[in-house]
Design a protein around this ligand. Structure first.
Ligand code: PHE
Length: 452
């Protein structure tokens, strides 16, 4: 079996591939709107603390499980302990839920590329533009379908390598662009500095339990944890590669880009709205409402707008490809169907679920489950329910059944594991208790049993 597995050529290959999957809409679209909504600096602080303790430990655990078993999530848990075999299939539900709504947002990105290309910068900078757009029935569906079809074509014909090459060139350009936009807003826009302070300085009065709930869900999402993806990546990794060092690098890269995206968007929100709470709390539309305003106010904003959204498109596409690849390979293993048949099956499911998400903003905007529209509901089920459950089960399994020592040994195949004490304390004690609390409070909150 292991001789058939492809493996990354080296450490750089592994870190880049994992970073390519990790960096996507989660960093650029999701992180800034959560940070704006849930307290700015205090959210950022909670996120960073969670990332270096809990995120680190979980990522090391997943990569080490994959490398040890040389299997993807479904096989890996079964191979290590039959009683935990169910965790694999459970983890594989997550990408099935995320891929469709991820593609809906990918569609929004494509619409914005076309909007700038058609010279509609001024119209797009209008405050009502975004909501009017997602409130339409036809167009958002078309863009969503286009995005998921492009993703399927790439996976169907197996041309991911080409796309990854392109996106490796795009990533540094994207970072430079974000930096440029940050400098532009902070230096030229009145009121932006207040936003920088809101974003960077932790203010306890903005803290609520939701700050931690949101930060934790975001951590799973952004680092592609708790859905088996890092287990698969681990299974492709050679024994001489340092899991600890690679994890740190992925973490720094992923969090760094999210941080910059927040710095690009939040100060601009302040500049345009004077720090009005409703502007900060607007949720998924934040990036799409704020960025066109910045581009409209900039010299050469139209060209910058096109370039920016094209880069975001590639970041989103590589993540969508890795989501789809995961689902397709699960279906291939389970259903014993060919790769292409599975691609079409995944496309069909995604079209159906994604359609719900787009219509949730238009024709079915009155339909609410647990007070949420479909897109928010899918996001909630995956990030606030399923992923915490999978992370909890992973911690209990590694902490009390497999034992942390087994994975520490795996990590130490390539040298000392400096964070091993942190790792075992996190996995055994801190993380399980913490995740359980978060899970309970977010679910009780959704059912309106408690208010957090
Ligand atoms: N981590 C990706 C992002 O931040 C989303 C993703 C999750 C991609 C899981 C692949 C797998 O956008």
């Amino acid at each position: 079996m292991s001789s058939e597995r492809s493996s990354f050529t080296g450490k750089v290959g592994f870190v880049l591939a994992a970073a390519g999957s990790a960096v996507g809409l989660g960093n650029i679209w999701r992180f800034p709107y959560l940070a704006a909504k849930y307290g700015g600096g205090i959210f950022l602080l909670a996120y960073v603390i969670l990332s270096v303790t809990f995120g680190f430990s979980l990522m090391v655990a997943e990569i080490a499980i994959g490398r040890k078993t040389q299997l993807s999530a479904i096989g890996a848990f079964r191979a290590l302990d039959r009683r935990f075999a169910f965790v694999g299939p459970l983890a594989s539900i997550v990408p099935i839920i995320i891929l469709p709504y991820y593609s809906v947002i990918g569609g929004w990105v494509m619409k914005y590329i076309s909007g700038f290309a058609l010279g509609q910068t001024q119209r797009m900078a209008d405050s009502g533009y975004f909501n009017a757009y997602i409130g339409k029935i036809g167009e958002p569906i078309l863009w969503f379908v286009l995005f998921i079809v492009i993703t399927t074509v790439v996976v169907f014909f197996g041309v991911e390598k080409g796309i990854e090459k392109v996106s490796k060139i795009m990533m540094p350009i994207l970072i430079l662009l974000i930096l440029g936009i940050v400098i532009y807003t902070v230096c030229t826009m009145e009121g932006a500095w207040k936003g920088v302070i809101y974003y960077i300085k932790p203010d306890l009065s903005h803290f609520s339990l939701m700050t931690v709930v949101a930060a934790m869900g975001q951590l799973f999402y952004s680092m592609s944890l708790a859905m088996g993806i890092m287990i698969t990546f681990g299974s492709y990794t050679k024994k001489e590669i340092s899991i600890e060092q690679s994890t740190h690098q992925i973490e720094i890269f992923d969090t760094g880009i999210a941080f910059l995206a927040g710095l690009m968007i939040i100060p601009a929100v302040f500049a345009f709205s004077g720090g009005d709470q409703s502007a900060l709390g607007q949720g998924p539309g934040l990036m799409f409402v704020t960025l066109p305003k910045i581009f409209h106010s900039m010299p050469g904003g139209t060209v910058i707008g096109i370039t920016f959204f094209v880069m975001v498109f590639f970041a989103a596409l590589t993540s969508a490809i890795s989501l789809m690849e995961t689902v397709v390979s699960i279906f291939m293993d389970r259903l014993h169907l060919g790769r292409r048949a599975c691609c079409l099956l995944v496309l069909g499911i995604s079209l159906l679920l994604g359609l719900l998400s787009t219509l949730g903003y238009s024709a079915w905007s009155e339909v609410k489950l647990l007070g949420m529209q479909f897109l928010d509901l899918f996001d909630f089920i995956s990030n606030s329910v399923l992923m915490p459950i999978i992370a909890l089960l992973t911690c209990i399994f590694v902490g009390y059944f497999l034992k942390p020592g087994t994975l520490i040994e795996e990590v130490e195949l390539s040298g000392t594991f400096r964070g091993k004490h942190l790792f075992s304390v996190m996995i055994r004690f801190v993380a399980p208790v913490f995740i359980l609390l978060i899970l309970l409070s977010s679910v009780l909150n959704a059912f309106n049993i408690i208010q957090i």
